[in-house]
Design a protein around this ligand. Sequence first.
Ligand code: THU
Length: 156
Amino acid sequence: MTKEFVFKYRHYQSKEALSKDDQELLAHAQASMGQAYAPYSKFQVGASLLLKSGKIILGNNQENIAYPSGLCAERVALFYAGANFPDDPVVKICITSQGELMPEESYLSPCGSCRQVLLESQARQQSPIEILLVQRSGQILAIDSVQNLLPFGFTK
Ligand code: THU
């Protein structure tokens, strides 16, 4: 028997099509991206989290001369939230990027390790995390749950 996994996501032509709150979250991700420490890849990533309380948590990629010691923007933000606001669920995450590593029309979609951490955050708080992926030229994809980015993921 062949089974199928499909999911729906939303596409926005530009940030103006987003709600005011989402536009604000995106602006925070972009500001955070500008503060990334990425001297080796020269690829800057910003992540902003909206917590249920309304707090916004920021992260950006932090690189190291010993390359594997660095960490992605998403995990910097998620681990900060987990460490400081463990009982405040993450409602959504917005991710932006800039640099020559990826063409303008690409969406930075979280790496496998960040998906795994997102999945654990979602499982831990027992509520879905929405993911907003932002293209450099301005289009946006909105995905309703981490489950869609990591089907058959490793969870309890
Ligand atoms: N990076 C992120 O911050 N998030 C991702 O989802 C993918 C990659 C960072 C890691 C490294 O500092 C740089 O982008 C190039 O891979």
